[in-house]
Design a protein around this ligand. Structure first.
Ligand code: NAD
Ligand code: LMR
Length: 329
């Protein structure tokens, strides 16, 4: 077993995603049974009491890998020497809202926290923004993360990626293990594009395997893209356990690497690939190795996919313009 713990910061640690995430991090589900972890938990001041309760429960689990817990309302303390950061702390939407409606309420959180990240965390930190609207919050964080390599901050579309696999598996009567090369392009919003053209089922294009373009356009894509709203409608609260699970998937694969012949969806800073304007934080097919990500290159974008990728990129550009107008970047 390594002796130095991996320092994992979680913001919004007393919230509902935090409550699913922290226990899995402490049990070793992210980094495996040989890696001790220190949890550095950030909350707003009024929630420190609730956070204390979460810490008491973590204590009561007697997790062998959990070496240390920090509870704080100071972002620089929470991010101190952090190897991994989960930016979860932000308001969730309610029924009837779009995620972009949260920009004004949540955007203000990410400038100061981006600055604190750059100041306090390890320079090669792996940071994931979960709080909505995740892509543009990541853009805001990067805007004030002076001196930090922009590749260190990513946004979560892995929940959409997992949803897209599950919906496809159900339609085709296969398991998610039969599905590779799923991609969510663009924004974690209703404009996202789950791409079955490049996705493979048993080595064959999933688009062809489904063989019904109208179902893909009119049922599959909207079902995946609006799943968050469907969960809110059914549960009366936004997704939490599945979001925590996706956050673990995202960071685990980023740190440990993607398998040969497959890729994952990650919101990353665009380098202009596939016509997505440079600088936007957009979801792409990515491979990872040694804690670094690369956008998969060389995919042919057909007439079905092109307008959908463009529409989501346009939405991201408009969110960027809004946060500029709000003075957040
Ligand atoms: P929640 O309201 O249960 O918890 C959020 C927590 O964040 C609260 O405890 C709150 O006190 C804390 N918080 C607020 N401002 C903070 C700040 N400045 N610093 C630190 N903590 C702060 O919400 P939740 O259900 O855990 O969801 C959190 C966010 O994640 C929401 O924005 C939600 O929409 C988003 N989300 C994203 C995805 C995704 O796929 N990207 C999936 C699910 C949820
Ligand atoms: C989700 O996709 O479940 C989350 O982003 C929560 C939401 O507001 O939809």
């Amino acid at each position: 077993m390594s002796t130095q713990p991996v320092r994992i910061a979680v913001t919004g640690a007393a919230g509902q995603i935090g409550y699913s995430l922290l226990f899995r991090l402490a049990s070793g589900e992210l980094l495996g049974p040989d890696t001790p972890v220190a949890l550095q938990m950030l909350e707003v001041t009024p929630a420190l009491g609730a956070l204390e309760g979460v810490a008491m429960e973590l204590d009561d689990c007697a997790f062998p890998l959990l070496t240390e817990m920090v509870r704080t309302d100071d972002a620089e303390v929470a991010f101190g020497d952090a190897d991994i950061v989960f930016f979860v702390g932000a308001m969730p939407r309610k029924a009837g809202m779009e995620r972009a409606d949260l920009l004004e309420a949540n955007g203000g959180i990410f400038g100061p926290q981006g600055a604190a990240l750059a100041k306090a965390a390890k320079p090669d930190v792996n940071a994931l923004v979960v709080g909505n609207p995740a892509n543009t919050n990541a853009l805001i964080a990067l805007g004030s993360a002076e001196g930090l390599d922009p590749r260190r901050v990513t946004a979560m579309t892995r929940l959409d990626h997992n949803r897209a696999k599950a919906q496809l598996a159900a339609r085709l009567g296969v398991t998610v293990n039969d599905i590779t090369k799923m991609t969510i392009w663009g924004n974690h919003s209703t404009t996202q594009y789950p791409d079955l053209v490049h996705c493979e089922v048993g080595g064959r294009s999933a688009f062809d395997a489904v063989g019904d373009e109208a179902w893909i356009a009119d049922t599959y894509i909207p079902t995946v893209a609006k799943r968050g709203a469907a969960i809110i409608e059914a549960r009366g609260a936004s997704s939490a356990a599945s979001a925590a699970n996706a956050a673990i998937d995202h960071v685990r694969d980023w740190v440990k690497g993607t398998p040969e012949g497959d890729w994952v969806s990650m919101g990353v800073v665009s380098d202009g690939s596939y016509g997505v304007p440079e600088g936007l934080v957009s979801s792409f097919p990515c491979t990872t190795r040694d804690g670094e990500w690369e956008i998969v290159q060389g995919l042919d974008i057909d007439d079905f996919s092109r307008p959908r990728i463009d529409a989501s990129a346009e939405e991201l550009a408009s969110e960027r313009d809004t946060v500029r107008e709000l003075g957040l970047i």
